[in-house]
Design a protein around this ligand. Structure first.
Ligand SMILES: [Zn+2]
Length: 195
């Protein structure tokens, strides 16, 4: 492994009632991550945003309202939708979001052009677990760690239903512990990582 093998955990769709438990789990393993928040949820739950920031995590733009309808509208409207969320989230957080994570991971040529115009990096992922549809378990986390490479971006969601939260936290804890044992460090995304 390289001298500083970082892995980037990302949590989409929050902030959520579950976010503080994820923050506690990350803190207890000295892990930091990036939270791709939905603007209207961030506005409604500013104390959670403050908690995320206090933990040293990065915040990304996951759109204002998660409505993919904008991908089917005119390019100017798509661009405004992204720019508006970026500016409002920047005001709310005190600094610009690290980049844009597209709702449902949609990537289209108009989106690419809009982001290039706005100079906002698109941040996709290299591994995901469909963790909102299928329970993320310690076994699945272990298999992910086995194939983990430096620089990977992992997609998770901090919007787990209450019945899934305990096992999700076990899986996250396992992932962090096993990843650390393999020599990885869990870091927030920084602007220099995206150029
Ligand atoms: Zn999403």
């Amino acid at each position: 492994l390289p001298s500083d093998p970082r892995v980037f955990l990302t949590f989409d769709d929050g902030p959520d009632a579950f976010t503080p438990e994820i923050l506690d789990c990350l803190a207890s393993h000295e892990a930091r991550a990036t939270f791709f928040v939905i603007g209207e949820k961030a506005l409604a739950q500013r104390p959670l945003i403050a908690q995320v920031q206090k933990g040293g995590h990065a915040i990304g733009n996951h759109s204002w309202d998660h409505r993919y309808i904008y991908f089917f509208r005119r390019e100017a409207q798509l661009k405004n939708w992204i720019a508006d969320a970026h500016r409002r989230l920047g005001d709310l957080c005190g600094n610009d979001p690290i980049g844009f994570r597209s709702p449902a991971g949609v990537r289209t040529p108009p989106l690419g052009r809009a982001l290039a115009d706005l100079r906002i990096p698109l941040i996709h992922w290299s591994q995901r677990f469909f963790d909102t549809a299928r329970l993320w378990t310690p076994d699945r986390a272990q298999r992910a760690v086995n194939r983990l490479s430096p620089g990977e971006i992992i997609l998770l969601h901090d919007t787990q239903s209450p019945s899934r939260r305990p096992i999700f936290l076990k899986a996250l804890e396992h992932f962090l512990r096993a990843g650390k044992a393999r020599g990885f460090r869990f870091a927030p995304l920084l602007p220099e990582d995206l150029t």
